[in-house]
Design a protein around this ligand. Structure first.
Ligand code: HEM
Length: 453
């Protein structure tokens, strides 16, 4: 069985570099640094850094000092990483790496290439065509009586819907009891990520998260041999049946972490995006009506793979939501060697905090950047083409989101059912409160549904 070619990862154990005093910026308040601002006002916090210190500034998020990087050219350089100096593995080691070690994003360079090839099999056209028919009935079941639910909140609803979609499409699990256990394990892991105590002490979030991690691991270890040679059409089975350039199956040790990481990478991101799409189309009913008319023109209850290009207004809205409130609002890299960015010396082992928020609202590229204006993505305006890195909700370079088209497909499949079955709004006078972390979303979204006759 194939294993990834080993690369030198000794740099992962090098000590943290504290030599950042020469970079202008702030350590924020004791212990928290700028974390609290990050949760509630990330956009304002970032603009404040930019106004005071420019594109490169010192920042501290909880215990971690690092450098906040803004600006289109800096992103181009870091994402494309010609000198292989910006490690995602080192960047994420202390956050998501605690629970998703070995996942695609936590690998760099040659090892990353091998794994990316493995995961690609789940996103080929033939595979993608099989996912919509699996998603549609699950979404329909969840949506069938939303109008009858008292005190409806969109966030818990969409989380549960997408967990069930994930269990089927990503994992291929049919048994509702096992699905519930898998979903719980996954939720425990993500809750564990937020725990401040990083030791397995019973009663802590971290402890529960580690139990969830072991549950998923054991589940996948038991499933992989059963899936080899099976004709099931879920992502895990596709990976189990993929062979490397020597015609051998990829090892279980490579597949297991990819299986849980895929769930993670897909779930919160699409949850966040759908929360914003629902919010903006509820407060701008003219946009809701545009996507409804597009969907009604297809004259079918369920979207099919070939219909994906037929909903251009929904593309505009999706892009505009990702511009204003990108689902992945903070990314991490760490420098392997000393380098220079924006005229500042950046020592080796420095944490770089990246965020699309500033570039997505830079008035040099965007007219009235704070305004919700999906038409800015129309071909005749194409503001997103002002620079290759003024719009990068899916990242860029080697780690660019592998699930980008899947995300678009999922969102369209869901929204097609929503707008053809319902009209929806928010209560009069509703004032949203947005949070940015752990995932960007309006904290409450009390959607009011009206079934279309
Ligand atoms: C709105 C939806 C989504 C957004 C905005 C999004 C955004 C991103 C971003 C910004 C990255 C790059 C991270 C970095 O460079 O540090 C990324 C990577 C990744 N995404 Fe997504 N994502 C979305 C949905 C999905 C879905 C649905 C899947 C899987 C089905 C997925 C799987 C992945 C994976 C596996 C990676 C790591 C790629 C690599 O390291 O080569 N994403 N995503």
């Amino acid at each position: 069985m194939s294993t990834a070619k080993k690369v030198d990862t000794s740099y992962l154990t090098r000590p943290d570099c504290k030599d950042l005093d020469h970079i202008p910026g702030t350590d924020g308040i004791p212990y928290f640094g700028e974390s609290l601002k990050t949760i509630w006002h990330m956009d304002k916090m970032i603009e404040d850094h930019y106004k005071r210190w420019g594109e490169v500034s010192r920042i501290k998020i909880l215990h971690q000092r690092g450098v906040l990087i803004l600006g289109v050219d800096n992103y181009q350089r870091i994402y494309l990483d010609k000198d292989q100096n910006f490690s995602a593995e080192m960047g994420f080691a202390e956050s998501i790496g605690q629970f998703y070690k070995g996942g695609l994003l936590m690998k760099d360079f040659d090892e990353h290439k091998v794994l990316r090839r493995l995961l690609q099999t789940a996103f080929k056209n033939e595979a993608m065509m099989g996912y919509t028919p699996q998603m549609n009935p699950i979404m329909a079941e969840h949506l069938k009586d939303v109008d009858k639910q008292p005190n409806f909140q969109f966030f818990p609803f969409i989380k549960q819907t997408l967990l069930d979609v994930g269990a089927k499409v990503f994992i291929g699990e049919e048994d509702p009891e096992k699905t519930a256990k898998l979903n719980q394990a996954f939720l425990d892991i993500n809750d564990g990520l937020l725990g401040q105590i990083r030791r397995e002490i019973p009663g802590t979030r971290y402890y529960k998260g580690k139990q969830g991690e072991r549950y998923l691991r054991n589940y996948f270890a038991a499933e992989i041999p059963k899936r080899r040679g099976s004709d099931k059409e879920d992502m895990v089975t596709f990976m189990c049946n993929e062979k490397d350039e020597n015609g051998e199956y990829y090892s279980d040790e490579l597949i297991i972490p990819q299986s849980s990481f895929l769930l993670f990478a897909a779930h919160d991101t699409t949850t966040s995006a759908l929360n914003h799409i629902m919010y903006y189309t509820a407060i701008y009913p003219e946009w809701q009506e545009k996507i409804r008319q597009e969907s009604l023109a297809l004259n079918k209850p369920f979207l099919e793979y070939d219909d994906l290009d037929k909903l251009p207004a929904l593309d505009l809205i999706f892009n505009e939501c990702l511009r204003l409130r990108p689902s992945v609002s903070f990314l991490a890299r760490r420098t392997i060697n000393e380098c220079e960015i924006g005229g500042h010396r950046i020592p080796a082992d420095t944490m770089l905090f990246l965020t699309p928020i500033h570039n997505h609202r830079d008035p040099q590229y965007w007219t009235n950047p704070e305004q919700f204006d999906p038409e800015r993505f129309l071909p005749e305006r194409a503001e997103h083409k002002g620079h290759s890195f003024c719009f990068h909700p899916f990242g860029g370079g080697a780690h660019k989101c592998i699930g980008m088209h899947f995300a678009t497909m999922l969102i369209k499949t869901f929204m097609h059912q929503v707008v053809t079955n319902y009209e929806y709004s928010l209560p009069a006078g509703f004032k949203p409160r947005f949070e940015w972390a752990p995932l960007p979303r309006p904290v409450k979204l009390p959607i009011q549904w009206k079934r279309r006759s």
